[in-house]
Design a protein around this ligand. Structure first.
Ligand code: GLP
Length: 238
């Protein structure tokens, strides 16, 4: 794993977008693992610019999102399905049928989780996984716990996550549960790019200056052979 420090959110976003653009140029049929939240917004804006400038092409790419809230229809303003359409998919030439997001509204969440893992396997795994990081060190919605969970699973969101994500909901209350890919899909990705703005500096420092622990899920990337953590802050982490 390598740590790359950038001075601004824009530089961080460009740096991550360049890695994704390079991946797409190398392999147009790439399977891109995508993230939501405020962190990747600059990356998506930059990728849209590169697409509009004719520098990259998503026509053969596949996308697999990390997670989705349970109980929100795909049309809900705060569903991650809608977030992805509005902030990315509607502005590039990815085929809608090649974009995948867990169905948080599935009648049988366990079956949906199993289906999602089969889907990722059928796609041949993820070529490049883009990640943000929660204030508690979560990646996707893999929350701090006593052990890592390998498979896609339904998770009860922690208080820290509910508080952090409440800002996006008019009543301040996000759904209490979500479906998230597990650690296997993330760690088996051929490359991983994690982005973290200045407000995440403290957790980035904790996650990547100690050892691997499920209490800080992002720390699992310490062992990844091709992970790049792009963070913003005034000092180097190590
Ligand atoms: C959410 C998402 C994560 C994301 C995290 C950080 O909980 N499930 O994938 O990385 O929040 O979000 P933000 O970038 O808005 O701080």
């Amino acid at each position: 794993m390598v740590l790359v420090r950038q001075n601004t959110f824009d530089e961080m976003s460009r740096c991550a977008a360049d890695l994704i653009a390079a991946q797409l140029k190398r392999k147009p049929k790439s399977v891109l693992g995508l993230a939501t939240g405020s962190s990747p917004l600059g990356v998506y804006r930059r990728l849209i610019e590169l697409y509009k400038a004719g520098e990259i092409d998503f026509s053969e790419a596949f996308t697999v999102n990390l997670d989705e809230y349970c109980g929100l229809p795909a049309t809900h303003p705060e569903s991650y399905a809608r977030f992805m359409r509005e902030n990315f998919f509607d502005h590039i030439n990815v085929k809608p049928e090649n974009t995948f997001i867990p169905n948080g509204n599935a009648a049988d969440p366990d079956a949906e989780c199993a289906r999602y893992d089969r889907l990722i396997g059928w796609l041949g795994g993820i070529d490049l996984q883009l990640l943000g990081i929660g204030f508690n060190g979560h990646i996707g919605f893999n929350e701090p716990s006593e052990h890592f969970i390998d498979e896609t699973h339904r998770v009860k969101l922690t208080r820290s996550t509910l508080l952090a994500n409440g800002r996006f909901f008019p009543d301040g209350n996000p759904p209490a549960y979500a479906i998230t890919v597990g650690m296997k899909a993330i760690t088996r990705a051929k490359s991983v790019v994690l982005i973290a703005g200045e407000e995440k500096f403290a957790i980035v420092k904790r996650a990547f200056s100690g050892g691997v622990t499920p209490e800080i899920p992002a720390s699992i990337l310490l062992d990844h052979p091709n992970a790049t953590v792009i963070y913003t802050g005034e000092e180097d982490i190590r």
